[in-house]
Design a protein around this ligand. Structure first.
Ligand SMILES: C[S@@+](CC[C@H](N)C(=O)[O-])C[C@H]1O[C@@H](n2cnc3c(N)ncnc32)[C@H](O)[C@@H]1O
Length: 225
């Protein structure tokens, strides 16, 4: 029996090519309409000079922030995606999973640590978020964008738990959607604040013309003792 956490990694490995194509060919409407620019704006708010994109995928956000003069590093568990990222930029990309980061594999500190739509597991995600303060400079900000809990859960009971996955809306070529771990809004807030971080901003971007938020963006700084 393969664990849910391993199924997530396996699915990104198996779907690296269609994922890179969907992102690069601008096939995901919500990204084009709102969430790409929303995360860029949230990241640039604190005028970072250095940044770490965790779960960077094929590297679009690293490239976008590097264009704004942020010295960026990208890490992801899937070697195919890191190879794809390296083919389009000379920024630093490394194959690394959340467990390794939580275990202290990254010794540098950054003005910005960003996670964009990549925190879909349970314990490895909790361990990763707990390690974020160690990755931030004194002026550093953690920025996290994920599905908005109040619109992503469908008709299911509003409480934390594993949900069936789906590639709906991403285009063709995807196989075997992995399960993902749903967190309520309160649960995300608790995870962040219990990890030695102080929430400084919460945004809920909407697709133009819709009143429903498509994502949520948390910004946080390390708590000063
Ligand atoms: C929806 S994609 C988002 C990629 C990128 N952040 C973006 O905005 O396009 C989710 C990413 O999270 C990565 N990921 C999932 N679980 C991971 C883990 N445990 N360690 C490292 N990367 C992981 C996947 O490989 C995939 O690239």
């Amino acid at each position: 029996m393969i664990s849910n956490e391993q199924q997530i990694i396996n699915a990104w490995q198996a779907n690296a090519d269609p994922w890179a194509a969907a992102v690069r060919n601008r096939k995901i409407p919500s990204r084009v309409a709102v969430t790409d620019q929303a995360i860029i704006d949230a990241c640039l708010q604190s005028a970072p000079q250095t940044g770490l994109d965790i779960g960077c995928g094929e590297g679009w956000l690293v490239r976008a922030l590097a264009e704004q003069s942020v010295t960026m590093t990208g890490v992801d568990a899937v070697s195919e995606l890191i190879s794809a990222a390296r083919r389009l930029s000379s920024d630093e990309f490394t194959v690394m999973n959340y467990g390794q980061i939580a275990g202290g594999a990254i010794q540098h500190k950054f003005d910005l640590v960003v996670c964009n739509f990549c925190l879909f597991g349970q314990q490895p995600v909790a361990d990763l978020v707990a390690a974020i303060p160690n990755l931030l400079t004194d002026r550093g900000t953690f920025v996290l964008q994920t599905l908005h809990p109040e619109t992503a859960g469908g008709d299911l009971v509003y409480k934390d738990g594993w949900r069936d996955g789906s590639w709906a809306g991403l285009g063709t070529g995807f196989t075997n959607p992995p399960p993902w771990y749903f967190r309520t809004l309160a649960s995300w807030q608790k995870l962040i604040t219990n990890s030695g971080l102080r929430l400084t901003q919460t945004l809920a971007p909407c697709v133009p013309g819709s009143s429903l938020p498509v994502s949520i963006i948390f910004s946080a700084t390390a708590q000063k003792n």
